[in-house]
Design a protein around this ligand. Structure first.
Ligand code: GLN
Length: 195
């Protein structure tokens, strides 16, 4: 049976994630309320604006159900704002911006400049075949502190982590869903959901 993958659809680039996952043969659904988490093998938390997503997560009563689903085995993949929300602690958070704390990571918001500085590039990615993967960076966060159980899958030339994994949680600072390169999503389906 195809993996059941939810895409958190409160704000941000959820449509692009869904198209990519559909293209890879996953059975996808949009997730807005706790009941939508039922039976999911994996969940994608998109990029967008992490303050807005945090507010909507709280209004929709999603914090505890999402943590509980992850603790019960649901894999989670966050890109950019999604990666920010997955961290244990957020440097530069708004006072009402609660972290989901799915990974032992300290993340720093807006570490790579302003909106105008968005750019597409390629980055190496361990476990993905066929060379570096494409990613778009838009006011990307920086993984500023990693716990001992966190594995780095991608780094810049100067050694800055760009993608990290802790068990069934995967977070990347960039947006693979805004490119035509679906290999990071395939990695999530095969290696994280399927692990
Ligand atoms: N800077 C944004 C935030 O803090 C994230 C940007 C993005 O997802 N492209 O939420």
């Amino acid at each position: 049976m195809a993996a059941q993958i939810g895409v958190l659809a409160l704000q941000g680039a959820f449509r692009e994630h869904r198209l990519m996952l559909d293209g890879l043969g996953a059975a996808t659904r949009l997730v807005r309320w706790p009941a939508d988490l039922e039976g999911l093998d994996g969940l994608v938390i998109p990029g967008g604006e992490s303050t807005a997503i945090a507010k909507l997560l709280a209004i929709h009563g999603m914090y505890e159900p999402l943590r509980a689903a992850h603790a019960a085995g649901m894999a989670v993949f966050g890109t950019c704002a999604g990666a920010i929300l997955m961290a244990r602690a957020i440097d530069g958070a708004r006072p009402d911006q609660e972290a989901l704390a799915l990974m032992d990571v300290l993340i720093r918001r807006n570490a790579y400049g302003r909106q105008v500085d968005s750019f597409e590039t390629t980055v190496p990615f361990d476990g993905v075949e066929g060379g570096p993967v494409k990613g778009v960076f838009i006011r990307a966060p920086r993984f500023a502190g990693l716990g001992p159980g966190v594995e780095v899958l991608s780094r810049t030339d100067d050694g800055e982590p760009l993608a990290v994994r802790e068990g069934r949680a995967l977070a990347v600072a960039f947006h693979p869903e805004l490119t035509d390169d679906a290999r990071v999503h395939a990695f999530f389906l095969e290696r994280v959901v399927g692990s």
